[in-house]
Write a protein that binds this ligand. Structure first.
Ligand SMILES: Nc1ncnc2c1ncn2[C@@H]1O[C@H](COP(=O)(O)OP(=O)(O)OP(=O)(O)O)[C@@H](O)[C@H]1O
Ligand SMILES: [Mg+2]
Length: 317
């Protein structure tokens, strides 16, 4: 049973999703975007320079680098570094000045080693810029912005950059922008950082490490941990004790493979429960997303997962 959460805890104004590679970050971005749009929030889901996944998971063509409407209340964009440079770097950061500052001033030369992360800063900055966008009446253009952020490892640099730059560049545009970006990331009322994990040894360990790196080292709040691909019990609950006690494999050649499959699934369920308990020791809510057993993975599965989130939310809203 998932913990009940208010929608505002899961769907903050600016939501970032991170975790180890392949755990379901794009899946969660698609699911949350859908939940948000269905609740009437004008939602923009941003992927960062990837082989676009979210719009496809939702059953649409890739959006590309221009914002594209997917369905009611839901838009998508794949932000790439060169567009981000045009729309954010040159306009807001006055990047040319920053570039000169970095390369010509030995005092900030140390910053050069962060240059590989500059693409990330620009892409995060463009998404951040969407957060501030207002229409001609001064109203925010977007109610919710959901970002499919880079995978663990890379993500630590990604989340640290605004703070590093804010501290390294003492004044001017660059300082102001990175300060504002950092203030948004560090504000749990406006920004939610969600971690995605799998019920397996390594992803769980990596999630625990990422959680402490974010909350203790970088000092950013983690909003929710999502345990994805949680297996469903193979045996109805009222029969599971009997099944657990059935230890001698049946000899019947039809029953035996079913018994094997049932035992294997029960093992996954038990492991998953054990991993869930570990995650529940973290100081933040944990939401389980059930494994979707199907040959394909697409809109139908995203709809099913969106319903799980909806149920976790509606009991509290
Ligand atoms: N709840 C689920 N049930 C079944 N399969 C799932 C579930 N969630 C994700 N998957 C499978 O895992 C695959 C990887 O998911 P996804 O692309 O969201 O991961 P990712 O973390 O974004 O990966 P990357 O790090 O490569 O960007 C999906 O294409 C899908 O096949
Ligand atoms: Mg992805």
């Amino acid at each position: 049973m998932n913990q009940a959460l208010r929608s505002t805890e899961i769907l903050k104004r600016f939501t970032l999703i991170t975790g180890k590679g392949g755990v379901g970050k794009s899946t969660l971005a698609a699911v949350l975007a859908l939940v948000s749009a269905k609740r009437g929030h004008k939602t923009l889901v941003c992927e960062l320079n990837t082989h676009e996944r979210v719009s496809r998971l939702l059953g649409h063509e890739p959006a590309g680098s221009s914002i594209k409407k997917l369905e009611d209340n839901l838009w998508s964009v794949n932000i790439n570094p060169s567009e981000a440079m045009q729309e954010y770097g040159l306009m807001k950061l006055k990047f040319r000045a920053f570039y000169r500052l970095v390369f010509e001033n030995p005092l900030v030369g140390a910053l050069v080693r962060f240059i590989p992360g500059i693409n990330d800063l620009l892409m995060l900055g463009k998404a951040f810029n969407h957060e501030r966008e207002v229409d001609q009446n001064g109203q925010p253009v977007w109610d919710r912005i959901i970002i499919d952020a880079p995978a663990t490892g890379h993500s630590l640099t990604f989340f640290t950059l605004p703070k590093v730059i804010m501290n390294a560049v003492p004044s001017g545009n660059m300082h102001r922008e990175s300060h504002d970006m950092w203030s948004l990331l560090a504000d749990p009322a406006r920004c939610g950082i969600h971690l995605v994990s799998l019920p397996e040894e390594l992803p769980i360990q990596e999630t625990m490490e990422l959680f402490s790196a974010l909350t203790e080292d970088i000092q950013l709040p983690v909003s929710t941990v999502f345990l994805n691909q949680v297996p469903a019990p193979a045996i109805p609950r009222h029969l599971s004790d009997d099944f657990d006690q059935w230890v001698d494999a049946p000899s019947d050649e039809v029953i035996k493979p079913l018994w094997d499959a049932g035992k294997l699934r029960q093992q996954h369920v038990n492991d998953s429960n054990r991993f869930l308990k570990k995650l529940e020791r973290l100081d933040c809510p944990v939401i389980c997303l059930p494994m979707q057993y199907g040959i394909d993975f697409g809109r139908r599965e995203i709809d099913a997962l969106a319903q799980t989130i909806d149920e976790a939310i509606t009991t509290r809203d």
